[in-house]
Design a protein around this ligand. Sequence first.
Ligand SMILES: Nc1ncnc2c1ncn2[C@@H]1O[C@H](COP(=O)(O)OP(=O)(O)OP(=O)(O)O)[C@@H](O)[C@H]1O
Ligand SMILES: [Mg+2]
Length: 339
Amino acid sequence: MSAAAARAVLEVSDAVVEFDTDGGRITAVDGVSLQLSTGETLGLVGESGCGKSTLARAILQLVPMQQGSVRLEDTDLGSLSPRELRRMRHRIQMVFQDPRGSLDPRMSVTALIGEPLRVHGIGDRASRAREVAEAMELVGLPALVADRLPSELSGGQQQRVGIARAIVTDPAVLVCDEPVSALDVSIQAQIINVLDELRDTLNLAMLFIAHDLSVVRHLSDRVAVMYLGQFVETGTASEVFTEPRHPYTQGLITSVPRADTESAARLQTARRLVLGELPSLLDPPSGCRYRTRCPYATDRCADVEPPPDLLDGHHAVRCHHHRAITAGEHQPSSKSMRG
Ligand SMILES: Nc1ncnc2c1ncn2[C@@H]1O[C@H](COP(=O)(O)OP(=O)(O)OP(=O)(O)O)[C@@H](O)[C@H]1O
Ligand SMILES: [Mg+2]
């Protein structure tokens, strides 16, 4: 896809989401910015609790942001009244992790898929029926399941219904929050292929959240790696997967079977981090948030928060030492070599 053909349909600037919890206030999303163009998939990865779903929900205006903005096409979503926002909703849709839990058990497949059209007052009865049939075909649901209830469908079919509901309103942006994590491994690839094809057929801009790095690699044009509410590394899929710069990304990638053998030793060092404890958001580390698990951390990492360092193209890394590490001029500290 040429840069000229790409148009940012979604632009998130400096998003901050805070929650009040029993233990105090936490910042679940801490100054995240991203852009997404038509026909493009951005993969979002990071450990449990790092803020992926919160970011997705903030983009859809399902949780309030304390700071920042979300622009969809030419509209600043934060500036809309509840009624105006409801009118925009059909342009940005979400696919959830648990298809069954997100489907009303009493509704048939066609009623479920037609529901967003009815809610948004799109079309008349006849045109809605056509749209539903078309959506079923696009997601690979056979006509014979039209009258079935969710409980009469397989897990894969349930998720196809979830996807059909999301695309039936003709969205510009599709946010997929771990859409295959709840499915049997044998079904996952099928559902990923459905989403990948839809992205092309419908020219969707897609934000794809996953734990499984191999899924993200397969599907994404660009990748963002999230840690404790922040993007620590962003870039094209090949930049992030074949030349990971942030020690955290390196650690994540070595925990995937297809590790880069050339820099295996360096990655092996980084891998230790994955075994460490995730700090609490109630008391995040000073400076670089990753430093408490990072084998390369120095005093500077505790004192100064690293800003994103932009390499060639879109590759950006939030680490004070990544250039020296890559050049072999900065070794892991002896402390982190213990164990
Ligand atoms: N409504 C809420 N109220 C209070 N805290 C919340 C709320 N929603 C999320 N959190 C907290 O915000 C942080 C980020 O959670 P989030 O669900 O976004 O993480 P995640 O990256 O999606 O994790 P997972 O991979 O497990 O889905 C966590 O500490 C979580 O406990
Ligand atoms: Mg989540």
